[in-house]
Structure formats: C-alpha cells, structure tokens
Design a protein around this ligand. Structure first.
Ligand code: THU
Length: 153
C-alpha cells in the first residue's frame, strides 16, 4: 500500500478522477453510517462520472458510492469502464466491497481500481486481482448457446 508505485493511469487523468471522487463524497447521503464515500469512474469514451453512497432507513437498501457512479455512467449509455477511483475520509485507503467488485466486472473486467484517502496512501489494483475467476456476462452467453436438447429440464 503506497503512493510510491506509479499509477498505470496518466497523472493528469488520475488527478481528474481523484478530484471528482473527493467532490462526489461531499454529496454523500450517509446519516446512518456517517461514512462519506465518493467514487469516480473513467469510461472508454474518456468521460468521468461521479457518485456517492446513498443510504436508506431500510439499511439493506444502502447503495455504495462506486455503484452510484457506475449506474450513472451506465444510464448515460456507457458500457466500458477503464478505471474506478474510490475516496474515503480515512487515514488509510478503503477497497470496494464485494458487491461493487461484481458490478465493476459487468462493464470493466480489466478496469484499474484505485483507493485514495486523506493521507498520501493509495492502493491500485486491477479488477481481476480483486475478483479472480469472476462470474459475468460470458457465463450466461455460454448457457444460452447450449443445445435445446441439453437444456430440456
Ligand atoms: N460504502 C461505499 O460507498 N463503498 C464501499 O466500498 C464500502 C462501503 C458505503 C456503504 C454505506 O453507505 C457505508 O459505506 C457504510 O458501509
């Protein structure tokens, strides 16, 4: 875990993503956890979409910042995620939860995932490092290409 290792992203792109993730955290709706998370995603078209966590009195319905950002990109028609940056107001970086890793996989099976925080520490991983042997769209295609005979039951 370090800020010493150079990112695979261009420094200017990384700076834009970090700024967007920090700005998004300011819109967090987190009255229950008080954990204000911001995320920013870079799409194949070069655009950046931000998002914050949105909680609910029915706790199970809370949405993480990463998923808010990814869903806004997807709702704008984006289908290719290059990078995801998550910011937490903590001394050490916080990595995306399992559910968010799966949602990243849907649109960014090779995406770069970066966690930043209030110190200089930064963690950078690839999605396959965070979610090896992932289940995804290809697995369903494989099922639908089976012969009707084998699918009978
Ligand atoms: N949270 C995120 O937004 N992203 C993560 O990667 C981990 C957790 C949010 C969900 C919830 O609103 C709060 O943090 C506490 O779990």
């Amino acid at each position: 875990m370090s800020s010493a290792r150079a990112s695979t992203l261009r420094p200017s792109t990384l700076r834009r993503l970090e700024k967007a993730a920090r700005a998004a955290a300011r819109t967090s709706y987190s009255p229950y956890s008080k954990f204000r998370v911001g995320a920013a995603v870079l799409t194949g078209s070069g655009k950046i979409y931000g998002g914050a966590n949105v909680e609910n009195a029915s706790y199970g319905l809370c949405n993480c910042a990463e998923r808010t950002a990814i869903f806004s990109a997807a709702a704008a028609g984006e289908r290719n995620l290059k990078a995801v940056v998550v910011y937490t107001p903590t001394p050490a970086p916080t990595m995306p939860c399992g559910a968010c890793r799966q949602v990243i996989h849907e649109f960014g099976s090779d995406a770069t995932v970066i966690a930043i925080c209030d110190s200089a520490q930064r963690v950078e991983r690839t999605l396959p490092e965070l979610l090896p042997d992932a289940f995804g769209p290809r697995d369903l295609l494989q099922a639908s290409s089976q012969s009707p005979r084998r699918n009978r039951r």
